[in-house]
Design a binder for this molecule. Structure first.
Ligand SMILES: Nc1ncnc2c1ncn2[C@@H]1O[C@H](COP(=O)(O)OP(=O)(O)OP(=O)(O)O)[C@@H](O)[C@H]1O
Length: 753
């Protein structure tokens, strides 16, 4: 976008300042003649000496000793240049009056003022000359005093100033003076200095009295110049008693309108102090063909350290749009983020799954689950070749598309040769997944069966890796990754579940130990109080904070239940509407004819985050059913598990806390692990972090012992992302404190005195 302005040859100031100077020039000789004879000789001499300084400046200015370059650089230089002649003559007349009063007192002044009556005579000639000089100053400045014209001359070095520009500049300044900065204006004393002017817009600086803020608003300027308010932008100025102003004077082209009005709207509605992104502005707006809207950079103002990720809901409200049509994507530069204001969301139609091959994982275990709003692939890690399996949480309310996501994830497991053990407490939630699974348990008891089988495989792998002293898990056809999707997890993990203790025990065990043994938990359901799932925090730490998340539309209570990891900053999945309809279309009255699976539902829309990326709104592939996309003859089994033949017996044998009750019943006909393994509970990520910080604690409690994130990661052996997320959560609840002087350092707070 071009600005279409050129800097004015000189910063053009408000007529009020010039009017005051003109009054001073006219009044100086008269005041001098009136006051000086009343002073005692000593004071009169002092005053004459004092008056020599302005007289000298006026003489130097009139004789051209003050060149244009100097005048351009000094404050008020433009006025000195414009007032060369009247100022000089005023100085001579003032000096004459001062000298006469000092030498001859009142008699001399009387002669100066009334000597013309004695004509022809020498005093009469002097009197006529003095009165003529005073009259000339008044005459030459009459228009300035009347507020109609200013005797401004452009600097000779400046581009030739065409008269229409002068006239336009004058109109702008007079309009400002009369209606804004003048005594009867809307903001008295808030003067405008024009810095650039062109046929399509002008720019300037508004200055208030020292220490006072500028309060002129776009609305006031719009009213004064009769221009739409969207054409006016007022931004932070060079100091706190100033603001920059930019005013379009002709209608922008359609393209420009889209951008410049957006930039102005941003400043007015989003970037102000109480707005949702204060201290920011938009740059480089371009049309976004994918959305029919605009994409731009959000940039921090000079006096803002970093942009804050806004609440999507507030931002959508500020820009008068919906949460589905606005997107902010942070970048690795804390001062910049990508912004998109859409006419139509590219997610609305969704993209059909190109085929099962599209779900093949890359070498780091990432699959493409769908497409992001920016057009980037929405990626999800299903395993990590360096650290093992990856736990996953798919969260969302009924109808948000969890089932669809789980189906896609399981299809990805299938094509990537991962064995699936499916637990479906509700029964028939996802028949296609059940058909892809090596083992599927339906209903609550069936789901517990799957979990017990998974636990048996875990125990086997623990024993095996202890025996072989294996460190990293390497997947193979003989020892594949095993994924344990638990659908509607609250059905067995929730507080009301009769299986809660046993299910929590198994899920926590897989969450803690499974990763390095190639076993992943996939929880699917509504986010509930993760702290309350099981007896410890391992599910929350290892799956929610340490795993991969797919957050679909949630209910509004979600935010209170759990702090989202940092990569999801500013995101509130409860603000994803159920339908694509805009507010304008939304009916007040419930329409029972809208079917549940209406194609305009937002199923599959949510957020996921790739490695070191920020969460972006995305939609998973559109694929009604995975049936027909997998090969039933190619289902992977955990071939390394020697007791697979006993799987039904294993599934029927309670374990962990439930095993105690069961043994008391005395029925020992069921399966028992072939090599009994003592399952020792690993400390959670949080416990490990707190232990290393405790060790670092100052024994005498005088100073906080800080450790850097990198050190904590190294000392605990916990994944860095988990360390970051856990520390940020602990810092929020006050369990740890951040070092204000060194970024990335944490310690335990000092004990109270
Ligand atoms: N990826 C997808 N592709 C095509 N259609 C989908 C997809 N995901 C969901 N749907 C459609 O949306 C409907 C609701 O989705 P789904 O059953 O997956 O939601 P849910 O969150 O699992 O709900 P519930 O908890 O009630 O089972 C499905 O019946 C299906 O028609």
């Amino acid at each position: 976008m071009t600005t279409n302005t050129t800097p004015t040859a000189e910063a053009v100031r408000s007529p009020t300042v010039e009017k005051r100077l003109a009054i001073a020039e006219i009044a100086a000789p008269l005041l001098c003649a009136g006051i000086m004879p009343l002073l005692d000789p000593q004071a009169a001499t002092t005053m004459s000496t004092f008056l020599a300084a302005p007289a000298l400046i006026a003489s130097a200015n009139a004789s051209g000793l003050l060149n244009d370059r100097l005048l351009d650089d000094i404050p008020g230089g433009d006025l000195l240049r414009a007032h060369r002649r009247p100022m000089f003559i005023s100085a001579i007349a003032t000096a004459t009056a001062a000298a006469t009063a000092t030498l001859d007192g009142q008699a001399g002044i009387d002669q100066l003022v009334a000597g013309w009556m004695t004509m022809p005579s020498l005093p009469g000639l002097v009197s006529v000359a003095w009165l003529g000089a005073v009259g000339f100053v008044g005459f030459s400045l009459r228009r300035v005093i009347a507020g109609h014209r200013r005797p401004h001359k452009a600097a000779p070095s400046a581009a030739p100033a065409a008269n229409p520009v002068d006239a336009a500049v004058r109109d702008i300044l007079h309009g400002w003076d009369a209606h804004i900065s003048g005594e009867n204006g809307a903001h008295p004393g808030q003067h405008l200095t024009l810095t650039a002017h062109g046929p399509e817009m002008w720019e300037g600086v508004i200055e208030a009295a020292p220490g006072r803020p500028v309060t002129v608003t776009g609305e006031t300027v719009s009213g004064v110049y009769r221009l739409p308010v969207d054409w006016i932008s007022i931004t932070e100025g060079p100091h706190t008693s100033s603001r920059n102003i930019r005013v379009r004077t002709v209608a922008p082209t359609i393209e420009e309108a889209q951008y410049s009005t957006l930039e102005a709207r941003w400043l007015r509605r989003v970037a102000h102090k109480a707005g949702c992104m204060p201290g920011t502005h938009l740059e480089g707006a371009v049309p976004d063909p994918a959305t029919g809207g605009v994409a731009a950079w959000i940039v921090a103002d000079d006096d803002t350290d970093a942009i804050t990720v806004p609440d999507q809901y507030r931002l959508a409200g500020a820009l008068h749009t919906t949460t589905l049509l606005v997107a902010v994507e942070p970048t690795s530069n804390p001062r910049k983020a990508k912004f998109r204001l859409m006419e139509r969301s590219p997610l609305q139609d969704g993209r059909p799954l190109p085929g099962p091959g599209a779900l093949l994982a890359n070498k780091n275990g990432f699959i493409q689950l769908g497409g992001g709003i920016s057009g980037r692939p929405a990626r999800l890690q299903i395993f990590d070749p360096t650290v093992g399996a990856q736990h996953i949480l798919v969260a969302g309310v009924t109808g948000s598309g969890k089932g669809g996501v789980l189906q896609l994830i399981c299809l990805a497991y299938h094509v990537n040769k991962v064995a699936i053990l499916y637990a479906d407490p509700k029964g028939s939630s996802n028949p296609a997944v059940a058909r892809m699974a090596a083992y599927a348990g339906c209903g609550k008891d069936g789901a517990m069966g799957t979990l017990r089988l998974a636990y048996a495989i875990l125990l086997h792998r623990i024993a095996e890796s202890a025996a072989t002293d294996a460190k990293n898990f390497v997947a193979s056809a003989e020892r594949p990754y095993v994924a344990v999707p638990l659908d509607e997890f609250a059905q067995v993990l929730g507080e009301k579940s009769e299986h809660m203790k046993e299910a929590s025990f198994i899920v926590a065990a897989i969450a803690e130990q499974g990763r390095s043994l190639g076993m992943a938990m996939v929880l699917c359901g509504q986010i509930m109080n993760l702290d309350k799932m099981g007896s410890d925090t391992s599910i929350r730490d290892n799956i929610f904070y340490g795993g991969a998340l797919v957050l679909l539309r949630s209910d509004s209570a979600q935010k209170q239940r759990v702090d989202l990891p940092d990569a999801f900053a500013g995101i509130d999945p409860s603000k994803i509407p159920a339908f694509w309809k805009s507010d304008a279309e939304e009916s007040l009255i419930y329409d029972p004819t809208v079917p549940e699976d209406d194609p305009s539902r937002t199923f599959g829309v949510g957020y996921t985050v790739g490695p070191d990326e920020q969460a972006e709104m995305m939609r998973v592939w559109i694929q009604e059913t995975a049936d027909g996309l997998f090969d039933p003859a190619d289902i992977v089994y955990p071939a390394d598990f020697p007791d697979w033949g006993d799987r039904e017996a294993i599934a029927a044998t309670p374990v962990g806390p439930a095993a105690v009750d069961y043994d008391e019943d005395g029925d020992d006909s069921m399966w028992a692990p072939s090599a009994p393994v003592q399952f020792t509970k690993e400390p959670t990520a949080q416990e490990k972090i707190l232990t290393v910080l405790e060790d670092r604690r100052d024994p005498i409690g005088v100073e906080i012992g800080y450790l850097h994130l990198d050190q904590i990661t190294q000392m605990t052996g916990v994944a860095r992302k988990t360390v970051e997320n856990t520390l940020s959560r602990l810092a929020k609840d006050g369990t740890v404190v951040r070092n204000a002087e060194a970024a990335g350092e944490y310690g335990l707070p000092l004990p109270p005195d």
